[in-house]
Design a protein around this ligand. Sequence first.
Ligand code: MCA
Ligand code: AMP
Length: 508
Amino acid sequence: MNLARKLSETAHAFGAKPAVIFEGTPYTFGQVDREIERYAALLKRLGAQVGDRVAIQLPKRMEFVFLELAVLTVGGVALPLNPDYRPEELEYFLSDSGSSLFFTDNARFSRARDVLAKFSGLRSVVVDGEADGAFSLSAELEKVPRGYVREFPTEDDDVAIICYTSGTTGRSKGAMITHRNLVSNTMALHQSWQWSDGDVLLHALPLFHVHGLFVALHGGLNAGATIIMHEKFDPVSTWETIGEQRCTILMGVPTMYQRLMNAWEQMDKRPDLSSMRVFISGSAPLLETQFIRFEQHTGFRILERYGMTEAGMITSNPIEVEGRKAQSVGFPLPGVEIRVAKPDATDVAPGEVGEVLMRGENVFAGYWGMPEKTAESFVEGWFKSGDLGYQDANDKGRLYLVGRQKELIITGGYNVYPKEVENILEGHTAILEAAVIGLPDEDFGERVTAVVALKEATPAATPDELMAYCKERLVGYKCPKQLFIIDRLPRNQMGKLQKNQLVERFRQ
Ligand code: MCA
Ligand code: AMP
């Protein structure tokens, strides 16, 4: 079933109930549904056809919610983009996806004007006011004809969303997520986490990624729950809102829980948590110390789950409190199968570490325009996660993740492939070669750190200059937080870079 059709059916059942309260402004299910319909009519007026890619680069705001579901309503493919992507990054996503429509705001439109001018077939729409060279959302909505009837022309196996995820080579890959992926995963979580229309979700995550969009927004709308939406995460206002609005669910990445605990320790007046049902963590490993500290402070045991852009939510700890264990990501969700395999794709012996493979209706349809990469990512129908883990044979196969095969840094719940940052650094005239590593960080879990060797003949550059150079070209979370200059990067006899030596040397 088309996800937008499903959510529209729920909206009809809950009409006058608040669906989203965005920074204090309530929108009922009926209002949300009518706005989605109006935005869908607008997309049709702008010529959106079935399968067209519609890129959305917006800060967290209600227009994002209406647009995403309107795109799915008309059978388009939504392309949610990080609002902080620099114009150079945006150019790649627009070009790779072949988007025909681009929704943004004035500030981002002006910033990306030169890049956008390169796309002759692309039409831009600004959601706030007017801009030369772009359609104005409000003016276009005025022109929408009455009597538009939604058709939901796409179904289960059609692509609904392309989510870009960084790639090992430095080139991001567009994961094609179908309506079946979205609906089945939403339903699996609905069942496992016992969502109900009595739930009040505090939504403090970004909207453009799987966690905030699929798990939190779609999950809440599907359940008929009320979503209290904060534009930006702030630990103190998160605690206050939980108490004042009688929230029942919070979802976050470990960095958010770390900051919540720091704030808790500083607060004079502790919030009333008696309404809370569950605190959920994912996107990055939650340390055992964080799990314990949170329980000691609040009395709540965080429920950790495991997900991936390519497979939505894969495993989860049980909703029953006693079943939640530190460092474990729990058990496969309904309809999801997992196995732990050796490099030759045969199963490891029970309890041994190997790569986690998965299959089920949650697993995506492949990478946009990259058939070889797609083929490489599967073995006999199983998706290769690149995550290393083991299943506890004495605890019904409970999954523990212990590391990653893929060279990936997870910082504050965002993924960074070192190659992408190394490519940028090596584009600087003074740099001979660059190595990017992840070092342990109390706040972000891992800290993006660069180690570079400079060319001899060019004027020397300072670490600050090189970090500023990255900031012009890369979204903030990918930029090195520290940069070290050394004479030569360590390599073994085969010439292979010894990143582990760099980690050892610089972790202090
Ligand atoms: C912001 N900065 C970061 C990060 N976020 N640097 C490293 N890692 C980050 N995650 C940069 C900013 O650009 C800024 O740089 C500086 O750090 C300070 O920012 P700060 O104000 O502390 O950050 P914030 O705005 O408070 O954001 C921190 C955050 C945010 C709330 C933890 O990063 C966040 O919302 N993370 C959640 C990501 C997420 O939703 N992931 C799910 C992906 P400067 O000072 O230079 O300007 S989905 C997924 O992974 C799978 C499917 C799954 O399992 O869920
Ligand atoms: P993304 O590509 O942004 O979808 O990130 C997916 C990756 O995040 C997974 O392959 C894991 O490495 C990591 N991840 C997600 N949830 C967890 C978790 N609970 N514990 C450890 N790693 C996680």
